[in-house]
Write a protein that binds this ligand. Sequence first.
Ligand SMILES: Cc1cc2nc3c(=O)[nH]c(=O)nc-3n(C[C@H](O)[C@H](O)[C@H](O)COP(=O)(O)OP(=O)(O)OC[C@H]3O[C@@H](n4cnc5c(N)ncnc54)[C@H](O)[C@@H]3O)c2cc1C
Length: 416
Amino acid sequence: MNGSLRVAVAGAGLGGLCLAQGLLRAGVDVAVYERDAALDSRRQGYRLHIDARAALALEKCLPPRLFRLFLATAGRPGSTMTVLSGQLRVLYETPTGPSGDPDDPATLSTSVDRRTLREILAAGLEQRVHYGHELAGYEQDPDGVTLRFADGTTTRADVLVGADGVGSAVRRVLLPHARQVDTGTRIIYGKTPLDDATRRLIPSAMYDGFTAIVGGHVGLAAGLVEFRRRPVDAAAAIAPDVHLSPSGDYLMWAVSAQRDRLPAFDGNLAEADPATLHSVACRAIRSWHPDLRALLSAAAVQETFLIRVRSSQRVPAWIPSRVTLLGDAIHTMSPAGGSGANTALMDAAHLCDALTSGSDLVALIGEYEERMRDYGFAAVEASRQAEAETARRRNLLWLWVVDHLPKRRGTGGRTH
Ligand SMILES: Cc1cc2nc3c(=O)[nH]c(=O)nc-3n(C[C@H](O)[C@H](O)[C@H](O)COP(=O)(O)OP(=O)(O)OC[C@H]3O[C@@H](n4cnc5c(N)ncnc54)[C@H](O)[C@@H]3O)c2cc1C
């Protein structure tokens, strides 16, 4: 039944590749069109927090040996979220969820390396992914969709899926009224490779999960990626034909602040090269504990990059058609909640189900969209709250100081 269905996916990001894997497994003729010249042309981040939403989606869409490779290359699971002061005093600790069987997708909560995950997702799709193909627009007719690319070429498909991320060209045509807001937060991401010297600098609290370090107007989020098995070794043992780039363990760090609170102007930052961004990040924490400063100084400087945080506004229901969206293309969210990738992968699995479970495609796409709008925009809202909570935690430091200052008689202090 699916043999004759042709699905075009715009975007070879996490969601687009996962959908392509699932459709291919189900016998659907799928083609992915990616703007970038290659899988790793751009910096897109290093560490991703992955939970059961993503793991169950990957289990559904990936061939079993690629799913085993994903599990083998995941990070050591962590179980705690710790808030530290810039001087490494523990301010707050909270459990982050089940740390059950690391091979059980239903309880997985771990970190993965984004490049490794994308390489696994792209494995076996070599003939299906067309790099250097930027979608410029499309036209729908009763029989299908004509895709137009920036180089003037066109192609036809029965269904078009916009998995083309935050600036989605598909969304611009399908839902021109959809809006994203700039939350004002700027994040400088960096990566410090782990060796004997840098491991000695890592506070013990960072070894079991995610750490937020607060210093008034600036925050630093940090998470280790310690591969359960090195990607190259895991591929050699589980899927020798799959190429995974070599990667060692590292610390991902992210210095965040409102745009006017980083020690440089936003205009400069948006244009800044990695060395400038790295120096801004180091200056932002210049009064913090020497170990934290040393960890940032030891970063792989050329890997530093900036993101401007954007968040989608809820879009009311629209009339379903042969063109649909998944992931950041419809529900962009702050990385604060660690949910964007999880939600994009979940969309991919649900949409794969919809496109392979009957012949009334438009009705099935409509059911997928109805469900996706509910959990997708709920995740956007949760990430907004997580970002607000991050800002509140930065102030925890000041609350802590207020609580521990010797109180003058009659002034009362903070009440709980
Ligand atoms: C630094 C950082 C850290 C993050 N950490 C986490 C985390 O810990 N956990 C989590 O769940 N989420 C996290 N996220 C969010 C997560 O990365 C995204 O939500 C996720 O990548 C969305 O997947 P996607 O497939 O929708 O889009 P993307 O992965 O962004 O893929 C979109 C693809 O479309 C391509 N494209 C764009 N325009 C076109 C076009 N016109 N034609 C063809 N191709 C096009 C792009 O080049 C890209 O390859 C983080 C994000 C960032 C930036």
